[in-house]
Design a protein around this ligand. Structure first.
Ligand code: NAD
Ligand code: UDP
Length: 313
C-alpha cells in the first residue's frame, strides 16, 4: 500500500464534493474527482487544479469506471428537487447504476466505500426527530420518488454487497446542508433566499412556510463524512449527519432578510407535491459512534454563505 491514500470522490465538482476534495487533499491524500458536470462545475474545484495530487475526470457514474483506489466517497447525484426532477429517469439511474458501478469498483480494488444517502429516505416522516431505525414514509410514484427511491435502493445495494461480498461500507444519511459553492440557481431554499435577498427580490415561500428543516453548514458535514469513513469497519451506518437545530422556512427567510439587511418581503408560492412537513435529525448515534456533532450555528453559517454569494454576484 503506498503511503498516500488514493481517494475517489464521485460528484466531486458539486457543492459538498468540492469541499470534501479540498479537505482530503489538505489531509495528504491523492484525490480523483469524477463528475459529469450535470449540476457541478469546474469552477468549484478551480483552486485545486494546480495541485499535482488532484485529478479531475469527466465521467458519468452510470458507466463503469476503472481506477485503482483505496477509498470511494460516492456523492454523484443531483440533490436539489428542481434538478433531480428535471430528468427523473437519469436521477434513478445515477443512484442505482452509479451505486452498482462504484460498489463493483470497491469489490475489485478492496476499497472502502461511503454512500451519500439522504434524510429523504424518511420521506414525509411520522416520527420526529428522525432516528436511523425509522423506515420512512416515501411516495414511490410521486415526483420525489426518483430521488428518494433511488437513494433507498442504493442503500439496499450497499448492504447486500456488504453481506454478500464483505465490502467495507459506510452509509451517511445527510440532512439539508448549505454553504459556499451551492449553485446560485440550484433551487434549494438557502441559496434561493440568499440570492433573492441580495438582488432585492421577494423571498419565495412555498406553502405557508411552517414546514421545518434543519440546516447543517458544509464544513461540519464534511467533517462528519471523513470521520465516518475513518471509523472502525463495524460502523457501517446508516448514520444521520445533520444539524439538529430546527427552523420553519419562514424563520429561515426572516433570518436571511435580517443578515442581508434586505428590504425584501415574503411572497407565497404553491407547496410542491410531497414536500415533507418536518425534518430534523436525531444525531445520538453520530455523537456516540463518531464523536461528531455540528459546531457551526445557522447565523454563523449563513454569514459565510452570504459572503460567498455577494462575491459571486
Ligand atoms: P450537487 O448537485 O452540488 O452535487 C452533485 C454532483 O454530482 C454534481 O457535481 C453533479 O454534476 C454530479 N453528478 C450528478 N449526476 C452524475 C453522474 N451520473 N455521474 C457523475 N457525476 C454526477 O449536490 P450536493 O448538495 O453537493 O450533494 C452531494 C451528494 O450529497 C448527493 O449524492 C446528494 O444526494 C447528497 N445529499 C446532499 C444533501 C444536501 O443538503 N446538500 C442532503 C442529502 C444528501
Ligand atoms: N422552499 C421554499 N422556497 C424556496 C425553495 C424551497 O419555501 O424558494 C421550501 C421547500 O418547499 C421545502 C424547504 O424549503 O419545504 C426546503 O427545500 P429544499 O428544496 O431546499 O430541500 P428539500 O429539503 O425539500 O429537499
Amino acid at each position: 500500500m503506498p503511503l498516500r491514500k488514493t481517494i475517489l470522490v464521485t460528484g466531486g465538482a458539486g457543492f459538498i464534493g468540492s469541499h470534501l476534495c479540498a479537505r482530503l487533499l489538505n489531509a495528504g491524500a491523492d484525490v480523483i474527482c469524477a463528475d459529469n458536470f450535470y449540476t457541478g462545475s469546474k469552477d468549484n474545484v478551480i483552486d485545486l487544479l494546480d495541485n499535482p495530487h488532484f485529478e479531475l475526470m469527466r465521467h458519468d457514474v452510470t458507466f463503469p469506471l476503472y481506477v485503482e483506489v483505496d477509498e470511494i466517497y460516492n456523492l454523484a447525484c443531483p440533490a436539489s428537487p428542481v434538478h433531480y426532477q428535471y430528468d427523473p429517469v437519469q436521477t434513478t439511474k445515477t443512484s442505482v447504476h452509479g451505486a452498482i458501478n462504484m460498489l463493483g469498483l470497491a469489490k475489485r480494488t478492496g476499497a472502502k466505500i461511503l454512500q451519500a444517502s439522504t434524510s429523504e429516505v424518511y420521506g414525509d416522516p411520522e416520527i420526529h426527530p428522525q432516528t436511523e431505525d425509522y423506515r420512512g414514509r416515501v411516495n414511490p410514484i410521486g415526483p420525489r420518488g426518483c430521488y428518494d427511491e433511488g437513494k433507498r435502493c442504493a442503500e439496499t445495494l450497499f448492504f447486500d454487497y456488504h453481506r454478500q461480498h464483505a465490502l467495507k461500507i459506510r452509509v451517511a444519511r445527510i440532512f439539508n446542508t448549505y454553504g459556499p459553492n451551492m449553485h446560485p440557481n440550484d433551487g434549494r431554499v438557502v441559496s434561493n433566499f440568499i440570492v433573492q435577498a441580495l438582488k432585492g427580490e421577494d423571498l419565495t415561500i412555498y406553502g405557508d412556510g411552517q414546514q421545518t428543516r434543519s440546516f447543517c453548514y458544509v464544513d461540519d458535514l464534511v467533517d462528519g463524512l471523513i470521520r465516518l469513513m475513518n471509523a472502525p469497519d463495524d460502523i457501517t451506518g446508516p448514520i444521520n449527519l445533520g444539524n439538529p437545530g430546527e427552523f420553519t422556512i419562514r424563520e429561515l427567510a426572516e433570518q436571511v432578510i435580517r443578515q442581508t439587511s434586505a428590504k425584501s418581503q415574503m411572497v407565497p408560492r404553491p407547496l410542491p407535491e410531497d414536500d415533507p412537513l418536518q425534518r430534523c435529525p436525531d444525531i445520538t448515534l453520530a455523537k456516540k459512534a463518531l464523536g461528531w456533532q455540528p459546531k457551526i450555528a445557522l447565523k454563523q453559517g449563513l454569514e459565510k454563505t452570504i459572503a460567498y454569494f455577494r462575491d459571486l454576484m
